[in-house]
Design a protein around this ligand. Structure first.
Ligand SMILES: *Cc1c(COP(=O)(O)O)cnc(C)c1O
Length: 229
C-alpha cells in the first residue's frame, strides 16, 4: 500500500472513532509521526492533504524542516528534550508535546521566534510508562512551566506502554483526561490531550484525545535510526 492509501485508511478510522465517540472530527488532529522516514515520504503525505507531522529527534527535525522549507506544514516535536538541542527544535516546532523540566522550557523559549505552545508529558502508569512527570506533581509543574516567558502550556501528553489489547491502555487515557480536568478547575488552560498511537488511537479518541500521534500505520515499519540529511 502507498503512503497515501495508508493515510486515507487512518483518516477513515479516525473519522469512525470520532463518530462512535460522538465527537466532532475537527477537534481531533492527526499528527503523522515521520521519524526515521525521509522527506520524500512526508511530501507524499502532504500531497494527500496531511499538514501535521511529528518528529522525535531534534537534529532530524531541523534537517527535515530545512529540506522541506518550500512547503507549508506544521512540525510537532514529540520526543524527549535536552537543553542543548532546543536550538534545533524551537525555530521550527508549532507544538512541543513532551515538556517536563523548567530548564528545558527556558532553553526553548530563548530560541523560539514567538510564544511556543507546549504540552506536559505525564507518567500515567507504572514503571513501564516511558518518561513523564508523576501525576501528583504534574499540575504544580504546569503552573511553574507556564511562568516561563514565551512558553504557553496548552495540554497534557502520555506515552503509555504497548499493550496487546488496546483497551488495556484506556486507564492511561482516562487518567490523563481527568488530570487535565483537574488542571482546568485550577485555572490552567489544559485544552489539548496528546494521546493514542497507531495501535490504540481509536481508544484515545473515546477519552478525549485532541492530538493522536500515528507513525507506523501511515509510513510503515521503521528501520534503522534517525534519517540524516
Ligand atoms: C514513534 C512515536 C509515535 C508513533 O508510534 P506508532 O506506533 O508508530 O504509531 C507516537 N508518539 C511518540 C512519542 C513516538 O515516539
Amino acid at each position: 500500500m502507498s503512503i497515501q492509501d495508508r493515510l486515507r485508511a487512518v483518516q477513515d478510522q479516525l473519522a469512525d472513532a470520532c463518530a462512535r465517540a460522538g465527537r466532532d472530527p475537527a477537534e481531533v488532529g492527526l499528527v503523522a509521526v515521520s521519524k526515521t522516514h525521509p522527506p520524500e515520504d512526508i511530501r507524499q503525505a502532504l500531497a494527500a492533504g496531511q499538514v501535521d507531522f511529528g518528529e522525535n529527534y531534534a537534529q532530524e527535525l531541523r534537517d527535515k524542516a530545512e529540506r522541506l522549507s518550500d512547503v507549508a506544514l506544521n512540525w510537532h516535536y514529540i520526543g524527549r528534550l535536552q537543553s542543548n538541542k532546543a536550538k534545533y527544535i524551537a525555530p521550527h516546532a508549532m507544538r512541543v508535546h513532551a515538556l517536563e523540566e523548567v530548564r528545558h522550557a527556558e532553553a526553548l523559549a530563548s530560541r523560539a521566534p514567538g510564544p511556543l505552545k507546549c504540552l506536559v508529558s505525564v507518567h500515567t502508569g507504572d514503571e513501564d510508562t516511558k518518561g513523564g512527570v508523576p501525576p501528583d506533581q504534574v499540575l504544580d509543574r504546569c503552573h511553574a512551566l507556564g511562568q516561563v516567558d514565551g512558553i504557553e502550556i496548552v495540554g497534557l501528553m502520555t506515552l503509555p506502554p504497548y499493550l496487546d489489547d488496546p483497551e488495556d491502555v484506556a486507564p492511561h487515557f482516562e487518567r490523563l483526561a481527568r488530570l487535565a480536568e483537574d488542571g482546568r478547575a485550577q485555572g490552567l488552560a489544559l485544552t489539548e490531550l496528546s494521546m493514542g498511537m497507531s495501535h490504540d488511537f481509536h481508544v484515545a479518541v473515546r477519552y478525549g484525545a485532541t492530538w493522536v500521534r500515528v507513525g507506523t500505520a501511515i509510513f510503515g515499519a521503521r528501520e534503522g535510526g534517525p534519517w540524516r540529511a
